[in-house]
Design a binder for this molecule. Structure first.
Ligand SMILES: [Zn+2]
Length: 126
């Protein structure tokens, strides 16, 4: 549980203390995607090898598919009679753009959580 909580708080998966990202505000211009290389608390290296975070794309696909399914089901169940589909689609597109920085961060945080073991007493790069 410690690990999932760290991922959701964008903290180091090993110690749960250090931040994953340079700024805690995902909407800060220029800092949106800037990830730290190491944990400032335990020193673990976040990017285990070059290209490690490409895998996080699978997590973000899953988020996107989940939102799409929810939006589609909601359309047929509740919204179809209430508004024009063009407005709904535009709203959906704006929504996905607005939450994109969050998806990006959660995807990386969850991905790294899958590969780094929770070991709060450990120190060093690996
Ligand atoms: Zn750490």
């Amino acid at each position: 549980m410690g690990k999932l909580k760290s991922a959701l708080a964008w903290k180091c998966p090993r110690c749960g203390e250090g931040d994953l990202f340079e700024s805690n505000n995902p909407y800060k211009p220029g800092k949106m995607m800037v990830m730290l290389t190491h944990c400032s608390n335990c020193g673990v290296r976040y990017e285990k090898e070059a290209g490690f975070f490409y895998g996080a794309m699978y997590i973000s696909y899953m988020f996107n598919i989940a939102f799409f399914v929810i939006a589609t089901v909601a359309w047929y169940l509740f919204i179809e009679d209430l508004m024009d589909w063009r407005i709904y689609i535009s709203g959906y597109v704006l929504f996905t753009l607005a939450i994109w920085p969050l998806i990006y961060r959660f995807s990386r945080a969850i991905w790294i959580m899958l590969f780094i073991k929770y070991a709060p007493e450990k120190r060093g790069e690996r």
